[in-house]
Design a protein around this ligand. Structure first.
Ligand code: DAH
Length: 344
C-alpha cells in the first residue's frame, strides 16, 4: 500500500503541474484532497494494514497530504495570477471602473443619543443600571406610589400579558425601586444611577406617539440631597449637552413618585429663546420630568425617609433626537426604513 501511496502522490503532483485554469484546479482538489479524494481514501484505509505497518504508513500519508496541500496553494496563486493577467490583456477587466462601495452599518440615532447621555451622566458620577423590560404591576405602579385607579394602568395605556400581574414597563421608573433594592444594601448605601431602556405603551401610533420608546431614568439617593442638588445637576447636564450658555427652567408638575415634582425645560437651542416652530414659539423645550423621591418610594426601596432623601428624573431620548436632527415623525425610529437610518 505504501508504493500505491507514493505513485498516487507522484501522479497527483504531475497532474497539478499541468493545470492552467481554476476550474481544473478545483476538480483536482476534490479528486485528490477532498473528503472522497484519493489520498483521503488511502488514509482512511490505514486501519486495514497489519498493526506494525500502520504508524509509518499513516505518517507518510499525512506528510504527503500536507505536501500536496502546499503544492496546491502555490499552484492556485500562480493560476490566479495568470488568469488575471490574461483577462487584463484581453480587456475583460476594465481597471478604470470605479470600485464597488461597501455598505457600512451605523448606529441607530437613538443608540447614538443613549450613548451620549450615558457618557455625559457617567462624567457626573452616574452609573448605568440595567432594569428589565418585562415588569410586574407592583414595580411599575404600586411601589411607585401610583394610586390603585390611576389612569396609566388602564387598558389603553399598558400592555398586559396572559399573566394578570405581568406587563411591559410603561416607564423606566420601576428601575428606581430595583436599583434601590439591589444596590442599596438594605437602605444603607448612597446611589447614583441612570436607567436607560425601552418602554411600551398601548397607544394610537401617530407622528408624535409610538408604542415603544426609550426613557433614561435618573436616581440619586443620599443623606443630604436637596432640591438644589437636582437643579444644579440637571443644569450642568444641560450645559454639557447643549453648550455652556444653555439655560434651564423648572415648572411645577405632578408625578405620583416624586414630591415636589417638576418639568424641566431648556431654552430652545434652535432659536435661542426667540420662539420658532420647533419650540412652538415658547422659546423653551421640555427635556425631563423630575422631582424629589417620594417618602413612600424611598421606603419601598428599603430606605428610611427620615434619614435618606433623593432626586429622580426621566428623560426622553427620542424627543431629544428628533429636535437635534429635525426629525418630524417618531414613526421613522422603528420603521426600519434604511433610507432614513442611513442618514445617521
Ligand atoms: N416616569 C415618568 C413618565 O413616564 C417620567 C418621570 C418623571 C420620571 C419624573 C422620573 C421623574 O423619575 O422624577 O412620564
Amino acid at each position: 500500500m505504501l508504493s500505491q501511496l507514493e505513485s498516487q502522490y507522484k501522479e497527483a503532483l504531475q497532474a497539478l503541474e499541468a493545470i492552467t485554469d481554476s476550474e481544473a484546479l478545483h476538480d483536482w482538489e476534490v479528486k485528490t484532497l477532498g473528503r472522497k479524494g484519493a489520498i483521503t481514501e488511502l488514509l482512511r484505509s490505514t486501519g486495514k494494514l497489519p498493526p506494525e505497518e500502520r504508524a509509518s504508513f499513516g505518517k507518510r500519508a499525512n506528510e504527503i497530504k500536507n505536501l500536496l496541500a502546499e503544492a496546491y496553494a502555490q499552484r492556485e496563486a500562480l493560476v490566479h495570477q495568470q488568469e488575471l493577467a490574461y483577462d487584463l490583456e484581453a480587456g475583460q477587466i476594465d481597471i478604470s471602473l470605479p470600485g464597488r462601495t461597501l455598505t457600512v452599518g451605523g448606529l441607530h440615532p437613538s443608540t447614538q443619543t443613549l450613548r451620549l447621555y450615558a457618557h455625559v451622566w457617567a462624567e457626573m458620577g452616574f452609573q448605568v443600571y440595567r432594569s428589565r423590560d418585562v415588569e410586574t404591576d407592583d414595580y411599575n405602579f404600586q411601589m411607585l406610589n401610583f394610586p390603585p385607579h390611576h389612569p396609566a394602568r388602564e387598558m389603553q395605556d399598558t400592555f398586559y400579558t396572559d399573566k394578570p400581574d405581568v406587563i411591559l414597563r410603561t416607564q423606566t421608573s420601576p428601575g428606581q425601586i430595583r436599583a434601590m433594592l439591589e444596590l442599596g444594601e438594605g437602605g444603607t448605601k448612597p446611589i447614583r444611577v441612570i436607567v436607560p431602556g425601552m418602554c411600551y405603551r398601548h397607544e394610537q401610533i401617530t407622528s408624535r406617539s409610538e408604542i415603544q420608546f426609550h426613557q433614561v431614568e435618573g436616581l440619586a439617593i443620599g443623606r443630604n440631597i436637596h432640591m438644589t442638588d437636582l437643579k444644579g445637576t440637571v443644569a450642568e447636564f444641560a450645559r454639557r449637552m447643549y453648550g455652556d450658555d444653555a439655560k434651564v427652567r423648572f415648572r411645577a408638575s405632578y408625578f405620583p413618585f416624586t414630591e415636589p415634582s417638576m418639568e424641566i425645560d431648556v431654552e430652545c437651542f434652535l432659536c435661542g429663546g426667540e420662539g420658532c416652530r420647533v419650540c412652538k414659539y415658547t422659546g423653551w423645550l421640555e427635556i425631563s420630568g423630575a422631582g424629589m423621591v417620594h417618602p413612600n418610594v424611598l421606603r419601598n426601596g428599603g430606605y428610611d425617609p427620615s434619614v435618606w432623601s433623593g432626586f429622580a428624573f426621566g428623560m426622553g431620548p427620542e424627543r431629544a433626537t428628533m429636535l437635534k436632527h429635525g426629525i418630524t415623525d417618531i414613526r421613522y425610529f422603528w420603521g426600519n426604513d434604511l433610507r432614513v437610518l442611513e442618514q445617521f
